[in-house]
Design a protein around this ligand. Structure first.
Ligand code: CUA
Length: 327
């Protein structure tokens, strides 16, 4: 109970914020209550049997079993009843589990919005197709979705098996190379939740996090509208120089729409300054953290693809100023 008191919060299945998590939490509660009652009954019976035996044979170390036929019949009846009760409870819990699974993974889910989510070592790439246009919005490690909408994640992997798990919203689904999985979630309350890769995928598996921002539909539309805009052109010489440094050092891996940087090895940075964190939820998105990340990402997450960038301090400052304009 003390351990459970620490549950709740932004990454917890016991603080459901959506349809799937509600169903899972309900099932979890049923299991908790049933198992607790069964455990208490078994313990009570055990204590009762021990005290009763002691009272009847106070001196005996290993009293012989009762040979009275009436007692034998009563004992057999008790064992039979307990067996039937166990069977009924197990079948009941199995039925309840199937009920929840069919709710979480319906055969024909409704879909209001599709997000393609690709797992990389060790970050998440999210692509929103915009209906009626050929344009799409690509972001990383921070997913926005409208409250009340059925959002279908189309899950793919670029390298090894990952697993999407946002416990406040729904159950887990794996991202498997060469296979496309889907998961439809619905957030019911506006909040920011933390998700975590739930399949061991190498050195930085533990830090393969993401944030899901569930917000009201108007706020979501506003966010999507901002995200679809290309990056603004530099408006002063320092930022202009930052863009030049970026093009010379970063453009071979990253994309910034509206510039000549079109690579897709690393995260799309068109609106990097709008994100709350960097490095797959590892660090708050502050100029200091971003500077440290650009200079030597291996210090923060050994093994990531991002190489150390040995930039002169003035160039590093300029590139940070430029990245800061990508809101
Ligand atoms: Cu990706 Cu663990």
């Amino acid at each position: 109970m003390l351990a459970l008191a620490g549950c709740g919060g932004i990454q917890s299945a016991t603080n459901p914020g959506g349809r799937g998590a509600d169903a899972i939490y309900g099932l979890w509660s049923v299991f908790l209550v049933v198992c607790a009652v069964v455990w208490l009954l078994v313990m009570a019976a055990l204590v009762w049997a021990m005290l009763r035996r002691r009272a009847r044979h106070p001196m005996a170390l290993a009293p012989e079993l009762d040979s009275d036929p009436n007692t034998k019949r009563r004992l057999r009846r008790t064992v039979e009843l307990a067996t039937v009760a166990t069977l009924v409870i197990l079948l009941g819990l199995t039925g309840a589990t199937y009920g929840v699974v069919s709710k979480i993974f319906p055969v024909h889910p409704r879909t209001d919005l599709t997000i393609e989510l690709t797992g990389h070592r060790w970050w998440w790439e999210a692509r929103y197709e915009l209906p009626g246009t050929s344009a799409s919005v690509v972001t990383a490690n921070e997913i926005h979705l409208p409250v009340g909408a059925d959002v279908t994640f189309v899950l793919r992997s670029d390298d090894v098996i990952h697993s999407l798990w946002v416990p406040n919203l729904d159950g887990k689904t794996d991202l498997i190379p060469g296979q496309t999985n889907t998961l439809t979630v619905r957030a019911d309350r506006p909040a920011t939740y933390r998700g975590q890769c739930a399949e061991f995928c190498g050195l930085q598996h533990a830090y393969m996090g993401l944030f899901v921002v569930a917000e009201s539909p108007p706020k979501f539309d506003q966010w999507l509208e901002t995200q679809r805009r290309p990056a603004p052109p530099p408006d002063n010489p320092d930022v202009r120089h930052g863009l030049d440094v970026f093009m010379a050092n970063c453009a071979s891996c990253h994309r910034v729409r509206g510039t000549g940087a079109t690579a897709t090895v690393g995260p799309d940075l068109t609106h990097v300054a709008s994100r709350a964190t960097i490095a797959a939820g590892r660090l708050p998105n502050t100029p200091g953290n971003l500077g440290g990340w650009v200079a030597d990402a291996q210090q923060q997450k050994p093994g990531v693809l991002m190489p150390p960038m040995r930039l002169p301090p003035a160039d590093l400052q300029s590139v940070l100023h430029y990245l800061g304009t990508l809101r």
